[in-house]
Design a protein around this ligand. Structure first.
Ligand code: ATP
Ligand code: MG
Length: 204
């Protein structure tokens, strides 16, 4: 049996992460893989409380970054690492790349500071695969407009998301061995085929 993999989903708000989760789930289930789905911020009882605060309460960018990593620390020790150790795959809707994209790219925090937090919270531990759903900002906004209520991040301007998108693409270029870029402007059927191929390769 393959070792349990840690897969993260990334991309700007409205890129299609949540939309693709059921498909990834089905692909793993059909192969008899034991997995769990989780998300950030959140994933633990404390993390979900922090998520509520992060998505709805105004705060300084530094505070935002620290709370994201606080949630992540709890998530890693209580959920992610124990699952991987017992052979369960972990699929997380966002992880540390989101901190570099949103708090770094979007809010303008120093990458060095974020790297210090990353080093403190998870050292050399990284996802085995990061699926980056990339879509033009305007298209993502059009898709999000269908939602009734938007959170604090989703209310940000287009220029904020341009910076977030660029920071994500920079991360993908810097870590090509773990990133897989998915053109999320394509119709869902095309994305589904691509994801099925990626999961097949991972399961070989
Ligand atoms: N490839 C696609 N083609 C058309 N519509 C799409 C596509 N992918 C997602 N959508 C639609 O876009 C909207 C936003 O998608 P989704 O909620 O999956 O984004 P998300 O990346 O999870 O966003 P958030 O970060 O805010 O949770 C949904 O209404 C979804 O149905
Ligand atoms: Mg989502």
């Amino acid at each position: 049996m393959n070792k349990a993999r840690f897969i993260t989903l990334e991309g700007i708000d409205g890129a299609g992460k949540s939309t693709q989760l059921p498909l990834i789930e089905a692909a793993l289930k059909s192969r008899g893989i034991d997995y769990l789905m989780t998300r950030e911020p959140g994933g633990t009882p404390l993390g979900e409380k922090l998520r509520e605060i992060l998505l709805h309460q105004d705060m300084q960018p530094e505070t935002e970054a620290l709370l994201m990593f606080a949630s992540r620390s709890e998530h890693l020790s209580q959920v992610i690492r124990p699952a991987l150790e017992r052979g369960t795959w972990v699929i997380s809707d966002r992880f540390t790349d989101a901190s570099f994209a949103y708090q770094g790219g979007g809010r303008g925090l120093d990458y060095e500071k974020l790297e210090m937090l990353e080093e403190w919270v998870h050292g050399g531990f990284q996802p085995d695969l990061t699926l980056l759903f990339d879509v033009p900002v305007e298209m993502a906004r059009q898709r999000l407009m269908k939602n009734a209520s938007l959170d604090r991040f989703e209310h940000e301007r287009g220029t904020f998301f341009e910076k977030v998108r660029k920071a994500y693409l920079d991360r993908a270029a810097r870590f090509p061995e773990r990133f897989c870029l998915i053109d999320s402007s394509l119709p869902l059927e095309k994305i589904n085929v691509k994801l099925e191929e990626i999961i097949s390769m991972l399961c070989l």
